[in-house]
Design a binder for this molecule. Structure first.
Ligand code: GLA
Length: 748
């Protein structure tokens, strides 16, 4: 009776929601089918006759009146596979003969390891549902959270796992969600890399069995990124069905893509179960990260455009979240504010920073039109190189005898704001901090402390370490007028011991470390609402939708070679918006590849993201200064289109392509920006005509050059239809090695 009443209440609530935001979430109490609609997609699941929560549909948006019959479990297969394993469950417990990846695996103190989760109850929320599952006999409860973004149709899913019994239970595996797709074929797209070689797009057919992408490193990692996209059959950049997802977690994570014996595909993601263990004490729930999933009928390009918009509108901190929780704070800005054009001194000076040197660079940076001057590593403790100083966050007296104040004042007088590099989670054994707190590092008692870059990882799971880091960062930000922190993290874990807690709980370090990292970032942003933060981890080692709730930008790679950056930036944008993709112009020949490129090529490569200068501008000639100044000014005029517009990959730079080109179009279609690059012209081949995309066919657009020339006779003004169908042709002289051109189109 109570149950019927609660369903009726839920229905009533849903219909109230529906009247405000049409056909967004609904529950049919007769068929026990849940449905969520947003953007161009629908997501449907239901309670089957056994009581399991079964996925029914994920794909293009269905008609508002279309009804689903009740969920019907899949049959078993001969005597070897039970219906339980063949049925795509929303969140399957490991038990009952499950051979697919479980969402949850638990061991109870009496040795029982069987967990079968059945529907218990649900409640509707503004944009979704909270559905409660319970084990068939034990008091383990799982609340599944569903929140559908009405604009993009991207669905956020996560779980809260709770023990309502009296004895603790051990969670050995906990996913945020499992997603099911209809039978294939599919191509799995995923991003891999290494230091200085991040953001490689891999495209593999989904074969029978399991494909694992993961990090066991304690953080997101350069080697794989928690994002996937599954392309159906013939889908390509612009056409066809693509299902995609991204896990919001900066600790060890895992995503598995399984093709089962009946060719169904399931994707499960969450905490990495490797070396995982979480003691579920009664009354102390475990919350998983969020796993976002989305659908596009417009190919990989459509999928990345949806993700970019979602990140801009719903994930990244916005101007107003900076204004904070203060009473009377400004209403939320629709998108985050544009990144200031920065200068960073790292490649120019490395550790040799001092007041006079930084001031000289600042004068030059200001003359270029830079908005923010960032001092990198080397300013603190006894930091002369990477052997000492991490952990001692006081200003080095030899380098800055008067403190940071005079430098910051000068930078302000030059019309820029000031940013500072920190690496809060690390310690060098040669530091006062390590000498007084050797017990603060991740380590197993009596075992080696493996150093990488001469440094060890502080155990952020410890409350005293958390408090120390928050206190020193708060002090630096309180004592100095700092607009920005570049938050670095330059190694992965080894010996991840935490002997402060009982042995059974020590593996919780994977969860508690990351939650405390998020906690510190959130607290800092609250205490210093105007301060912006960049996530850097020796380049792109910590990029995911978890950290992106707390940081404004990303350092994608220590590799700033402008040619390498073209493929890296292309890979990055499959998952992440160009708004956060910092891109510095550095010196030539490049320190990594020894490649020589023109300043103009380096500028245009970096202008595809959020622009910065990282060269030793002390050595730039007046001509180079003038050229960079002109292009920085031209960039600022179109920056919002480039970094917050809709991105179209016109010619992919992948596979050693001779040419590459991209286009971004402002959301209201009033402006487009086109970049065109040549790797090496061969056999006098001319540049392909660029058939532009995403413009308003009926509107007139005026073409202007940012750099380079269009073919003689190209109309100055033509319709969107003309630019999209006839296309934009390059000047015949656009040939050679490492050449670049850029154009803007403005609606008349
Ligand atoms: C990492 C960063 C670099 C620089 C150095 C400083 O490698 O990615 O940009 O800040 O550390 O040590």
């Amino acid at each position: 009776m109570l149950k019927i009443f609660s369903s009726m209440l839920a229905l009533l609530f849903v219909s109230l929601v529906v009247s405000a935001q049409p056909a967004q979430v609904s529950f049919d109490s007769a068929s026990k089918v849940f449905r969520l609609d947003g953007g161009g997609s629908s997501y449907v699941f239901g309670v089957n006759a056994r009581g399991e929560l079964q996925q029914l549909y994920w794909g293009g948006r269905l008609g508002a009146a279309d009804a689903f019959p009740a969920a019907k479990p899949m049959p078993g297969w001969a005597s070897f596979d039970a219906s339980y394993t063949n049925t795509p469950q929303e969140y399957a417990g490991w038990g009952g003969g499950l051979f697919m990846e479980p969402a949850l695996k638990v061991t109870f103190p009496d040795g029982n390891r069987d967990l079968v989760l059945h529907y218990q109850s649900h409640a509707a929320t503004t944009n979704g549902f909270e559905v409660v599952l319970k084990d068939i006999s034990r008091p383990i409860y799982v609340t599944l959270h569903y929140a559908m973004d009405p604009g993009s149709g991207i669905l956020a899913r996560w779980a809260t796992i709770e023990n309502r019994g009296t004895d603790p239970a051990m969670v050995e595996q906990a996913a945020a969600a499992s997603w099911a797709l209809p039978a294939g074929p599919y191509t799995l797209n995923y991003l891999t890399g290494r230091w200085a070689g991040e953001w490689t797009l891999n495209q593999d057919p989904v074969l029978a069995g399991e494909h694992v992408i993961e990090s066991r490193r304690g953080s997101t990692g350069h080697q794989a990124n928690p994002w996937f996209a599954l392309q159906a059959g013939e889908a390509d950049e612009d056409h066809g069905e693509v299902w995609f997802g991204a896990l919001a977690w900066s600790g060890s994570w895992r995503i598995t893509v399984e093709r089962d014996q009946l060719d169904g595909v399931r994707v499960t993601g969450g905490f990495n179960p490797f070396d995982f263990g979480y003691v579920l004490h009664p009354g102390m729930p475990l919350e998983t990260p969020v796993f976002y999933g989305g659908y596009s009928a417009h190919g990989l390009g459509g999928a990345s455009r949806l993700l970019h918009r979602f990140e801009l509108e719903h994930v990244l901190p916005r101007a107003s979240s900076a204004a904070g929780n203060a009473p009377g704070a400004e209403p939320m800005a629709p998108t985050p504010k544009l990144r200031p054009v920065i200068y960073n001194s790292w490649e120019a000076t490395e550790f040799k920073v001092n007041e006079a040197g930084q001031m000289a660079l600042a004068e030059k940076a200001a003359a270029l039109g830079v908005d923010r001057f960032v001092m990198d590593d080397g300013w603190f403790g006894q930091r002369k190189d990477d052997h000492a100083g991490l952990g001692d966050w006081y200003v080095n007296q030899e380098k800055f005898p008067r403190g940071l104040r005079p430098l910051i004042d000068r930078i302000h007088a030059l019309g820029m704001d000031f940013g500072l590099w920190v690496e809060p989670e690390m310690v060098n054994p040669d530091s006062d901090l390590y000498r007084s707190h050797p017990e603060w590092v991740l380590n197993f008692k009596g075992r080696p402390e493996t150093q990488q870059r001469n440094q060890l990882v502080l155990n952020l799971a410890r409350p005293d370490v958390r408090a120390y880091i928050l206190a020193f960062l708060d002090k630096i930000l309180t004592e100095n007028d700092i607009a920005f922190l570049k938050w670095d993290y330059n190694r992965n874990w080894s010996e991840p011991g935490w002997d402060q807690v009982p042995p059974a709980e020590q593996k919780q370090v994977y969860v508690e470390y990351t939650k405390n990292l998020y906690g510190i970032l959130a607290e800092l942003r609250k205490l210093h609402p105007k301060v912006e933060i960049e996530s850097c981890s020796g380049g792109g080692g910590r990029v995911d939708l978890g950290i992106l709730k707390y940081v404004d930008e990303i350092w994608p790679s220590d590799n700033t070679d402008p040619f390498d950056r073209l493929t890296q930036q292309d890979g990055f944008t499959y998952a992440y918006t160009p708004q956060i993709m910092m891109a510095w112009v550095t010196d030539s020949p490049h320190w990594l590849n020894k490649r020589t490129t023109s300043l103009q090529y380096r500028m245009l490569s970096s202008m595809q993201g959020s622009l910065g200068i990282g060269a030793n501008i002390d050595n730039w000639t007046p001509d180079e200064m003038a050229e960079a100044k002109r292009l920085i000014a031209a960039y600022k005029e179109v920056q919002s289109t480039i970094v917050q517009g809709d991105l179209y990959r016109l010619i992919s730079p992948l596979g050693g392509s001779e040419f590459s080109a991209s286009e971004t179009v402002k959301a209201d279609k009033s402006q487009g920006v086109v970049f065109a690059f040549i790797h090496s012209t061969q056999e006098v081949r001319g540049y392909p005509t660029l058939k532009l995309k995403g413009l308003d066919a009926a509107a007139e657009y005026k073409l202007s050059s940012i750099e380079g020339k269009a073919r003689a006779g190209t109309p100055e003004v033509a319709s969107g239809a003309w630019w999209m169908n006839h296309g934009l042709e390059m000047d015949e002289g656009f040939r050679g090695d490492f050449q670049a051109a850029a154009f803007r189109l403005d609606r008349k």
